[in-house]
Design a protein around this ligand. Structure first.
Ligand code: THU
Length: 148
């Protein structure tokens, strides 16, 4: 599917225009499609203290989780790069907490590249290595703390 026919890529392209990128000049738009069909978007937000920059993918994920959504089907990315860009390593780890088999689509002129997250990050950090997927097994968890 091209950007013009895939609404998820269109959403990523639209939110890219909201990126705050005075330092890199590299705007990124991310659109995360939940299992229930809802779409959550995010853009990168840079900071004068460079290391505090928030990537578009994590902005979209935080928006979804804050809305109570933890199961996802697809992630679309939009940048102005000449080659399709996959999520950075930090974002792979954060996305894999919730959707280790996420399908990722990234657009370049006239062409869409697709990856699966477990292909980009075959082994993620887990507190208990080899355990079943954390978030998928924790869908009923409200909060990690029970002592108020
Ligand atoms: N960036 C993202 O938003 N997502 C990624 O996966 C990699 C990089 C942003 C961070 C920074 O604002 C700009 O792209 C250049 O690195």
């Amino acid at each position: 599917m091209t950007e013009s026919t895939d609404p998820l890529l269109q959403a990523a392209r639209q939110v890219r225009d909201r990126a705050w990128v005075p330092y890199s000049g590299f705007p990124v738009g991310a659109a995360l499609e939940a299992e229930d069909g809802r779409v959550f978007t995010g853009c990168n937000v840079e900071n004068a203290s460079y290391g505090l920059t928030i990537c578009a993918e994590r902005a979209a994920l935080v928006s979804a989780v804050s809305a109570g959504v933890r199961r996802f089907r697809r992630l679309a990315l939009s940048t102005r790069a000449e080659l399709a860009t996959p999520p950075c390593g930090a974002c792979r780890q954060v996305l894999a907490e919730f959707a280790p088999e996420l399908e990722i689509v990234s657009r370049v002129e006239g062409h869409v590249q697709t990856w699966r997250l477990d292909e980009l990050l075959p082994v993620r950090f887990q507190l208990t290595p080899g355990a079943q997927d954390g978030a998928a097994g924790l869908q009923t968890q409200e909060n990690g703390r029970t002592d108020g």
